[in-house]
Structures are given as structure tokens and as C-alpha cells.
Design a protein around this ligand. Sequence first.
Ligand SMILES: [Mn+2]
Length: 321
Amino acid sequence: MDMRFEEEAGFYGPPDSREFPRFMGPATFARLPRIDQVSRFDVALVGVPFDIGTSYRPGARFGPIGIRQGSRTLRNWHPDLQVRPFGSQQVVDAGDIACNTFDIADAMAAIEAGAAELTADGARLLALGGDHTVAFPLLQATHRVHGPVALVHFDSHVDTYDTYMGARFMHGAPFRRAGEEGLFEPRPLDTCGHPGLQVRSRRPRRRCRLRLRRHGDVGDRPNRRRWLRRTDSRAGRRSADLRVDRHRCARPRLRTSHRDPRSRGFSSRELLGILRGLRGIHIVGADIVEVAPAYDHADITSIAAANVAYELLSLMAPTDA
Ligand SMILES: [Mn+2]
């Protein structure tokens, strides 16, 4: 049987689930068309199956597969934001960036080149990691097109290590490297994910030149409102880039596939609510990292990550006229 992608206003979305139930059809994100099946695209999802930069539990190389599997039930209508993420912009699945799994430097170059190729014509990129190391080459590619972006980072760590066992490129250092190259501004780095402080791990060392903004627990409503106001005023005038460390900014109670687990993070509901509050910010790039399906019971984390991706796609979507 011919399984056609549903067409709405010239944009191709998932096949009609009344004819082709969601357990059938393409293994692409949300069963969307592959990049080679449409003539043009506005947003590309791309997998970055890289996890040799991790310092604790490996397995995020399977993150793109897990998130795609967790995305099969996503629908083309976001009732809270009142947008059609697949019917008002062309979203495609660009497959995975083939990156070396034995050589970090080689992988970094491949990820930057792959991301740059996908965004050269102005398309936006939503990357599915992979461990957090991948944020650096992805930001390099974003910088090529947009210059320094306003960076919003959800994580329980600040990821501003200088080196770890001598390694400069690893999952605890991407924002140190990005800061050194001037890939984002204004400073300080906008990280949130920690009740009480903004992150849950140790504070960065003094010699780290990146200052960090204290937000309080943005899961709490008054703090959330204040954080959204600040983020809006900081990011509102420039292109923004969102980085979500899925596993570390969510509660281990709910997120079971932590690659490097920490307690007391946001619930999925809190995180999605915070993201929804970012409506109006011009997002040019985003990634969701550290999804490790081997530790994920009943696809809980993969489904949550897919929904974060959906929220980001909805934030990128034009509002219905
Ligand atoms: Mn991280």
C-alpha cells in the first residue's frame, strides 16, 4: 500500500495515522519525510550518534534511534501554542551525521561540516545527540551563519570544564570551548536546571572566564516568570540557540536513562512549560543530548526527549494566520 505523507499548505507531514497507525511507517522523527523526499525544507532534524566524549555512562550514541522511536505519536497540532509544527513549515529528517566513533577530533570536524551543510541555505537545525560534546561543533556551525547567538542552556551542570583527563573536547567542556571562540553572547552563559542555584553540580572554577547567571529554581512560578522576562530581553533582539541536556535537567525519578544522573531536576511538565514560555524568541538552532536508551525503562526518557523536540519545533513554527 502506498504510504503518502500528508500534505497541508504545501508542507509534507507524517502519513495519515487513521490509515497508517503510528506503529507503521517510516522510522524517521515523527514519521516525517526524509530530506531527499522533499524539494526544500525549513527545519532539519539530524541525529548525532556520538558518545565517546562521555565521562561516566556511555550509550548516547543510540539517542537518535531512541528519540525517533519515542516520537511516533507526536501530532501536528500544538493546542497550547496554537501552531502546526509540521503544517506551517517543512520539517525533514536529515538522517545521522556520520562521525568517527574512535577519534573525537575527527568526529568534531564531521559534525561541524554536517551541520554547516544542512544550514547553509538558512534552514534551522534541531540536533538529536549524542553526548554533550556535540554542542560545540554544532554551535560552530550556527556561528558560521548567524554569528554569536544568545545561548540558553538547560542542564544540571554548567559544562564549562577546561579539560578532563587532558581532553579538551568532552561532554563537560562544550561551553568552555564555545566561550573561548566567542560563539555566543551576551554573557553570562544562561544555564538553568537547578533548584536553588541554576545548576546542580559544583560551581565553575575561578579561572573559567564564563560567568554564570543565578536564576533560582525556574521550576517555581515566580522565578520562572523572572527568568523568562530576563531571557526574553536578552535573547529577544538576536537569534537564539537552545541546548537541552535532557537527562541532566530532568528528575532521575522521571528520567531513567541518565548518562550522568543528578537529582532534583525539572519534571517534564515543568520543562515543557518553561519552553512554552519562550514563544516569540527566534530560535535558529537547538539540540537535545544525553539520551541513552539502554538505561531508559519503557522509553520514558526517549518519549520525553521527543516531546522536547516537538516543543522546540512548535516554537520555531509560524503562528497560524
Ligand atoms: Mn551537559
